[in-house]
Design a binder for this molecule. Structure first.
Ligand code: IPM
Ligand code: MG
Length: 417
C-alpha cells in the first residue's frame, strides 16, 4: 500500500535537479524543442544530461565488442543520473527487432526503478479535437500497471519438458511442434498498488468514477484476482463509483461513448492497447503524454516513437513532449507553471500560425502542409512566446543556442573510458 502520494515528488524543494534524456533520432529534436519552451519559463530546474537507447547500444558494442554481456541500451552513468535527480524527462528511443541481446531501455527502467504506474491521460485539446462524430468531450485518465502481466519477462522458448506436466491443459500441446509460453504474472501487491494509485488520484483531483478493464470472464486466475482486489480497494473510497468492464467492450465503448470514461485502471497489456486507442481519440500519439511513476522516482516520456526517418530534421511535433513536461511540472509541485504551459500549447494550436507538418496535414487539412510547416523549434518557440512575450530577439537566440548544445547528438554521455 502506498504510504505517500506517489503522484508527487518525494521531497518538495525550491530547486530541482531533473535528468533529461533525448533518446534517439527525432527524440533529440523533441527534447531540444521542449527545453527551448521551458527556457521561456525560468523554472527552478537544473538539467542533468543522460543518454539511453539505440545510440548507447551501438556505443557499448564499440567499447566492449559484440556479444559482451556489458553491452546495453542503458549505460551505468544513466542509471546513476536517474537515481540522483528528482525526476526525469525523456523524449523517444529507437528499437530494432531481431537484435540479439538487445533489451528496450524503457522496459529496463520500469523494472529497475519499479515504476509501477503508467499514467496516461487523454484529453481533447483545443484546436485538435477528436475524429469522433459530435465532438464529444474526452477527458480520460488511464492508470496502466507497468511492471507485471506479460511484461514480467518470464518466458519459455523452447518450453522445458517438465513444463508440460505442471498442468493437465498442456496435454493437447504435446503433439503440436514447438510451443512457446509467456507467463502472465499478476501479484496481489502489483494489483493493489495500481488500483489504489488510481483511487487516490481520483480522490485527490475530485474525479467521480473508476473503471477496471479486464477479462475476468475468461482469464480467471489473473484478471479474476485483479477484479476482486479492485472491489476490495473500492470499499475504502465510497464516494467514487467503481465499475468493472471487459476490456474488449471498453475498446468499443471508448469510441461510441468516450465521455462515459473518467479514470480507467488496467493491467499492463490492456492498458498498453487502450491507452493508444484513447490517444487516437484526442490527436494521436504525437500529442500523447505519459509518465512512468514509482515510489522513488518518475520518468516522463511521451507516447510517440522516435520517427527515425525524420531524425535531426526538426519536423516532429513538440506537443507530446511538452504535455509530458506539463505532467512532470505537476509531479514536482509546480502546478501553476504546468497549467500555464498547457494553456500556451492550446493557444498556439488554436491560433494555427505556427504548426508542424502533421498538425497542418491531419487537423487543418492544409493541402500545402509541406510548404507551410513550421519546424519543431519554431513551434516550441511560439509556445515559449505565449508563456513569455519577451522570449524574442537576443534572448530567444541565446536560448536556442543553449538547448542545441544541450541536445548535441554527437556528444552522448555514457560508456566513457
Ligand atoms: C508504450 C510502448 C512500450 C510498451 C514499448 C515501446 C516497449 O508501446 O510505452 O506503450 O510496450 O510499453
Ligand atoms: Mg504502447
Amino acid at each position: 500500500m502506498a504510504s505517500r502520494n506517489v503522484m508527487k515528488v518525494k521531497e518538495k524543494k525550491d530547486r530541482y535537479q531533473v535528468c533529461y534524456m533525448a533518446g534517439d533520432d527525432s527524440g533529440f529534436d523533441m527534447m531540444e524543442g521542449a527545453l527551448l519552451t521551458l527556457e521561456a519559463m525560468d523554472l527552478p530546474i537544473d538539467w542533468i544530461r543522460a543518454d539511453l537507447g539505440w545510440c548507447m547500444w551501438e556505443k557499448s558494442i564499440a567499447k566492449f565488442g559484440e556479444g559482451d554481456p556489458r553491452c546495453n541500451t542503458v549505460p551505468p552513468e544513466t542509471i546513476e543520473a536517474i537515481k540522483k535527480t528528482d525526476a526525469t524527462l525523456m523524449a523517444a528511443i529507437t528499437s530494432k527487432p531481431g537484435v540479439k541481446g538487445f533489451k528496450s531501455a524503457i522496459l529496463q527502467m520500469r523494472q529497475l526503478f519499479d515504476l509501477y504506474i503508467n499514467f496516461r491521460p487523454a484529453k481533447t485539446l483545443p484546436g485538435v479535437g477528436t475524429p469522433l462524430k459530435g465532438d464529444p468531450k474526452i477527458d480520460v485518465v488511464m492508470f496502466r500497471e507497468n511492471t507485471e502481466d506479460l511484461y514480467s519477462a518470464v518466458e519459455f522458448r523452447p518450453l522445458p519438458a517438465e513444463m508440460y506436466e505442471v498442468h493437465k491443459g498442456m496435454e493437447r500441446f504435446k503433439t503440436k511442434g514447438e510451443v512457446a509460453v509467456s507467463w502472465r504474472v499478476y501479484s496481489e501487491e502489483g494489483c493493489e498498488r495500481i488500483i489504489r494509485a488510481a483511487f487516490e488520484y481520483a480522490k485527490a483531483v475530485g474525479r467521480k468514477k473508476i473503471t477496471n478493464c479486464n477479462k475476468a470472464n475468461v482469464i480467471r486466475a489473473t484478471d479474476g484476482m485483479m477484479k476482486e482486489i479492485f472491489f476490495k480497494v473500492a470499499k475504502d473510497y465510497p464516494e467514487i463509483e467503481a465499475v468493472e468492464e471487459n476490456a474488449d467492450a471498453t475498446a468499443m465503448w471508448l469510441i461510441k461513448n468516450p465521455q462515459d470514461y473518467d479514470v480507467v485502471v488496467a493491467s499492463n497489456v490492456f492498458g498498453d492497447i487502450l491507452s493508444d486507442e484513447a490517444s487516437q481519440l484526442t490527436g494521436g500519439l504525437g500529442f500523447a503524454p505519459s509518465g512512468n511513476i514509482g515510489a522513488t522516482t518518475a520518468i516522463f516520456e511521451p507516447s510517440s516513437g522516435s520517427v527515425p526517418k525524420y531524425a535531426h530534421q526538426y519536423r516532429v511535433n513538440p506537443c507530446g513532449i511538452l504535455l509530458t513536461a506539463k505532467m512532470m511540472l505537476d509531479y514536482l509541485g509546480l502546478e501553476d507553471q504546468g497549467a500555464r504551459l498547457e494553456k500556451a500549447i492550446g493557444e498556439v494550436l488554436v491560433e494555427g500560425k505556427v504548426l508542424t507538418y502533421d498538425v497542418l496535414r491531419d487537423f487543418r487539412h492544409d493541402p500545402d502542409w509541406e510548404k507551410n510547416a513550421a519546424s519543431t523549434i519554431e513551434m516550441a518557440a511560439a509556445v515559449g512566446q505565449k508563456l513569455n512575450p519577451q522570449f524574442t530577439g537576443k534572448r530567444l537566440e541565446e536560448a536556442k543556442a543553449k538547448v542545441k548544445a544541450m541536445c548535441d547528438w554527437t556528444k552522448t554521455v555514457g560508456y566513457e573510458d
